[in-house]
Design a protein around this ligand. Structure first.
Ligand code: AMP
Ligand code: MG
Length: 426
């Protein structure tokens, strides 16, 4: 039997643990993106998927010099002296047929023009209708304009053939709108990676079952599945593993066939915490076996070598997440998410903290980076945040009342009411 990872030496600070994950995410992106299978989806189903092709402008954007206002297309030089009266030689609405657009606008002439309509040759600016008064066949204009005002020149947003969206981009509404604007009714996207969820523990029963007096319903498989879906993966829930080595090994081997294996529970120091032992038997490489955080300190991250992988494209990565439900949720956000994002084909998103004023003083022990369930309230410059009362990392009810986590660096013992604190949203 191979040795357990040396106790203590592989417990990293929060930042170091995060960097280890980011490094592995980088390796995945550098090495395997080309191997990820892709599929074609209709644009309406492409939201939040990861783009696996490049999207190119099929014509200039805008395809003609576009008026951004309702008003009059003019030669700006004609308005050197205002008020000025110009002859109206036509009207151009959005989508106007080319034949109906005057070939040129001469000195002293103008056309009435609508937002989104093509500005005719000769005109170099549009005066907003608010500064004009019709005078029969003419119009009086009371404000001058700079050349180019209220016109977006042809091709100013993108030239025909320009790269608009690159591979690896997660498709948000702007990217989808842009794809639509260049005629892409379907997009090639990466297949969602399949993530195995393997929860461990003799006390765990499924939601359907009636728990005995000392049994606990499995909540981690469900909260993890929700987080996996949000991060772009497809969750596959395996049966609950017993606290017994052979049963656990069999299920770990099942899980390693998928794109990523998440275990929950069994990573603490208890006599029946067998996850690290089981993974060691499979000759796993452990990148770390703990992070100085609360909740979530016992988190394990590693990789199983090619000999145990039964599927060619599986990469063998696993996380052993602590079983306490809040620890499971927090460690997913901090460590699993960036790796999973890389497996979906995109660069991992950076952790983003916003800052808010603390409502009530916090007194805490030093040594761990803390992510404590909290409620952020108010808006704009009036935002304030306070901890929810909780019973520790098993307290899902408190965490469900929270809408964020207050992030406390390991050297802080006291944070006064009114101080700015970092907040991680969820
Ligand atoms: P462990 O990490 O196995 O020592 O578990 C820590 C705590 O989390 C124990 O109180 C477990 O009962 C609880 N726990 C473990 N797995 C789950 C799960 N899947 N759903 C809910 N609670 C769990
Ligand atoms: Mg357990």
């Amino acid at each position: 039997m191979s040795a357990l990872p040396p106790a203590g030496s592989t417990v990293l600070s929060f930042e170091d643990a995060r960097h280890v994950v980011e490094k592995q995410a980088g390796l995945i992106l550098a090495g395997h993106v080309q191997d990820i299978e892709t599929e074609s989806v209709p644009l309406l189903a492409a939201s939040d998927r990861v783009l696996a092709e490049v999207v190119i402008a099929d014509r200039d954007l805008p395809p003609f010099p576009r008026s951004t206002r309702d008003g009059y297309a003019v030669r700006s030089a004609d308005l050197f002296q205002i008020p000025a009266t110009l002859e109206v030689i036509g009207e151009i609405k959005a989508g106007e047929h080319l034949d109906r657009i005057p070939a040129d606008i001469g000195a002293g002439q103008t056309v009435s023009i609508m937002t989104g309509a093509p500005v005719p040759a000769g005109a170099d600016a549009v005066v907003m209708v608010e500064y004009t008064s019709p005078r029969g066949t003419h119009v009086e204009i009371t404000r001058n304009v700079a050349p180019g005002e209220n016109i977006v020149p042809r091709g100013a947003e993108a030239r025909s053939g320009a790269l608009l969206l690159d591979r690896g981009l997660r498709l948000n509404e702007a990217a989808i709108g842009l794809a639509a604007s260049v005629g892409k009714s379907r997009l090639q996207v990466y297949r969602r990676p399949r993530v195995a969820i393997l929860t461990t523990g003799d006390e765990i029963v499924d939601v359907e079952a009636t728990p005995g007096p000392t049994q606990i319903r499995n909540s981690n498989s469900y909260s993890l599945a929700a987080q996996i879906l949000r991060a772009g993966g497809e969750p596959i829930v395996l049966p609950v593993a017993p606290d017994e080595l052979q049963g656990l090994l069999n299920l770990i081997e099942e899980g390693l066939k998928l794109d990523l294996l998440l275990l929950t529970g069994g990573v603490s120091m208890g006599r029946y915490d067998l996850v690290e032992q089981a993974l060691s038997e499979l000759h796993a490489e452990f990148f770390f076996a703990g992070a100085k955080i609360q909740p979530g300190r016992p988190i394990v991250f590693g990789k199983c070598g090619a000999s145990v992988r039964t599927r060619e494209k599986a990469n063998g990565y696993f996380f052993g997440l602590p079983g306490n439900p809040v620890s499971t949720m927090v460690t997913f956000e901090l460590f699993v998410r960036p790796l999973l994002e890389a497996i979906t084909g995109r660069s991992p998103s950076k952790l983003q903290f916003l800052h808010a004023r603390l409502k009530k003083e916090i007194l805490i022990k030093t040594g761990l980076t803390r992510f404590l369930p909290a409620i952020l309230s108010g808006e704009f410059e009036k935002s304030e945040v306070e901890l929810v009362a909780w019973q520790g990392s098993g307290d899902i009810a408190a965490t469900a009342r929270a809408n964020c986590y207050i992030v406390i660096p390991p050297d802080r013992e006291r944070i006064a009411a009114g101080d700015w604190v970092a907040v991680m949203m969820r």
